[in-house]
Design a protein. Structure first.
Lengths: 116, 292, 227
């Protein structure tokens, strides 16, 4: 579930973002309460609350007082835009570095991708 | 219940078990107390629970001095690994005593826990296995429902299944009845997720008191050519190191900026995160490694 | 009150068993004496129940400190509260036992009288003599109990060597009571001092012993059970 090499609250936030992106969580859908989440994943509720607070701050979730937390209507769009921006820096750049190190040229990569 | 510890020292003859410790614990959280054998965990907990009078210093609970204070005593429960029971007693009579003396005792919950751990209350204390004894301690500790519950190595002798049940019940009951819980343990990896905060003791002193999450990702291992690693590690806190041929691996305390990692990687270094267990091992065995 | 009530509950079944055993021994003893020696020259009840009146509270005092303190502290009772309840329990227990021993002597006396088995020296029980009998039995019982607690406290609080040394001062209440107040199987009492003076002295030593116990135990660590 969680590993202990990075803060769990970040892992929680990341997991929920992935669920929003994949559509497992619909926009305006209610998410689990922190206590439900804590009980389900066997973690301290304060840690879960911190993960949720992070998502509220980032605008992925919004609070309805006395009811719970919901996925923001524009969350998926925004997350997608954000991830797209990071895609080249986070995914493509390291791949190109590695390719360079082992002597694979860009045309070879393009050719490989074209075959897919 | 909140706990304030001021300059607490616990001495046994000439041995100093707890060495002028100061600690502020806010109420309503689950704390993990970690430390090697003989680091002073049990002595600290004994002083908090007033099982032992501080040699110096004071323990305040909700602002009141704890020692011999009936209001505090009634709201504190301390379960030690040995259990404070008579061997010849039946479990039933230990439960009856708790029910009589503890205003917060929840008998139906105690019965439920006995069921969960499959303990027969008709047995005598002496007939319990080490693991069952520990489990019975957990029953007494959780069913007491005291605002301050202290469990000292309450998993001793429990098998993996019993420990899982213990952690599950602890969390479930805490979610329903939030209270201050202090749990001392060696088995960091399997319970760390339950702790909101972690306290690490080493030779009578508190060396870490932080959010558990802050310890995840604290510390990195850096591996690479000897000179490059040495240059990178300069000026940082080295927790441990290993050298094999021209390759050096060091464990550093604290966070390393992504920018520095990028530059390091360009210089041929590789970085890895370390877990809480490793961090704990490094922090509490530091002088040994340093002397090598 | 909770400590007192709980101690009473814990000790009730033990007391009932013990009482039943004493009664059985008394019955057998009387039958044997009646069939062999003939009319009894002394009160077998006072020999036996009188000894029990001292040694039983002595043992109870040992257990209360070595065993029960821990159980109460583990359940959220302070040492001070326990010792307070213990004082009340001690007075109630020894008073009850002394009353039972006195009453038992009355029953034995009546029974032997009815069966014509009272020897010439047998201490005949009288209602007017009963208060004095009770008054001589009770302080002894209390003193033995305090000694049991004090001696155990020495071992509990300090290391064994100091514990051994503390046996001597711990035994002072017992020694004082044995030498100042007594009622034996021949109905004899000690008259070294007038009863009033002896009683005051004995009670003072008992109360003093208890205060020392309080001081020693209020700061004691709660010992770990080894198993």
């Amino acid at each position: 579930m969680f590993h202990d090499r990075s803060p769990i609250y970040l892992q929680i936030a990341e997991g929920i973002k992935n669920d929003v992106l994949s559509g497992a969580l619909e926009e305006d859908e209610q998410v689990m309460s922190t206590n439900q989440y804590a009980a389900f994943y066997r973690i301290n509720p304060a840690t879960a609350a911190k993960g949720f607070a992070q998502l509220v701050e980032e605008g992925v979730l919004y609070k309805k007082r006395g009811i719970g937390m919901f996925v923001s209507p524009d969350a998926r769009e925004r997350l997608r835009a954000e991830r797209r921006e990071r895609f080249f820096a986070d995914v493509v750049a390291p791949m190109l570095d590695e390719a360079k190190r082992i002597g694979i040229g860009v045309d070879e990569i393009v050719k490989h991708l074209g075959e897919k | 219940m909140s706990i304030e510890i001021r300059d607490l020292t616990v001495r046994y003859g000439r041995t100093v078990a707890v060495d002028s410790v100061g600690l502020d614990l806010a109420g309503g959280k689950i704390y993990g107390l970690l430390g090697r054998n003989g680091s002073g965990k049990t002595s600290l907990l004994s002083a908090i629970a007033s099982y032992r009078k501080p040699s110096a210093g004071v323990v305040l609970i909700d602002g009141e001095e704890a020692y011999e204070n009936p209001r505090v005593a009634r709201r504190t429960c301390f379960i030690r690994d040995t259990l404070d029971l008579s061997d010849s007693d039946r479990l039933r009579s230990a439960l009856d005593l708790a029910a009589r003396l503890r205003p917060t005792w929840d008998q139906p919950y105690a019965e439920k826990l006995l069921d969960v751990f499959q303990i027969d209350p008709g047995k005598r204390v002496s007939a319990l296995s080490r693991g069952q004894r520990s489990a019975f301690g957990v029953v007494l500790g959780l069913a007491a429902r005291t605002p301050l519950t202290i469990l000292d190595e309450s998993y001793l002798g429990m098998d993996a299944v019993a420990r899982t049940l213990f952690y599950r019940e602890l969390l479930a009951d805490y979610l329903e009845h939030p209270r201050t819980i202090i749990l001392s343990t060696h088995l960091i990896e399997e319970v760390a997720d339950l702790f909101e905060r972690v306290i690490i003791m080493d030779r009578g002193r508190v060396i870490v008191h932080d959010e558990t999450d802050a310890l995840r990702g604290r510390g990195v291992t850096v591996t690479g050519p000897y000179e490059a690693v040495t240059a990178f590690a300069a000026g940082r806190v080295i927790l441990g190191e290993q050298t094999l041929g021209g390759v050096r691996a060091v464990t550093l305390d604290g966070h390393v900026d992504p920018g520095e990692i990028e530059r390091g990687e360009a210089a041929g270094l590789s970085f890895g995160p370390i877990g809480i267990q490793d961090l704990f091992v490094h922090l509490t065995s530091q002088p040994l490694e340093a002397s090598r | 009150m909770t400590v007192f009530g709980t101690l009473a509950r814990i000790y009730r079944p033990i007391l009932l068993w013990f009482g039943a055993i004493i009664l059985a021994v008394e019955a057998i003893g009387l039958v044997v004496i009646g069939n062999t020696v003939g009319p009894s020259k002394f009160s077998f009840w006072i020999v036996m129940a009188g000894a029990a009146l001292k040694y039983w509270p002595l043992v109870a005092g040992i257990l209360l400190i070595s065993l029960h303190l821990r159980l109460f502290v583990a359940n959220g009772v302070t040492r001070g509260e326990f010792l307070g309840g213990l004082a009340m329990f001690g007075v109630a227990l020894t008073a009850l036992l002394a009353a039972v021993v006195t009453a038992g002597h009355g029953v034995e006396s009546l029974l032997l009288g009815a069966l014509d088995l009272r020897g010439p020296d047998y201490p005949v029980f009288t209602l007017t003599g009963a208060p004095a009998e009770f008054g001589h039995l009770l302080p002894g019982s209390m003193a033995y109990m305090v000694t049991g607690m004090l001696v155990t406290a020495g071992f509990y609080r300090f290391n064994p060597w100091i514990g051994v040394l503390l046996i001597i001062p711990g035994a002072i209440p017992l020694a004082v009571a044995d030498n100042l107040v007594k009622f034996d199987q021949f109905g004899e009492t000690i008259d070294r001092l007038p009863y009033g003076t002896a009683l005051v002295l004995t009670l003072a030593v008992i109360v003093g012993g208890f205060l020392v116990l309080y001081r020693v135990m209020r700061d004691t660590p709660i010992r770990r059970t080894s198993g």
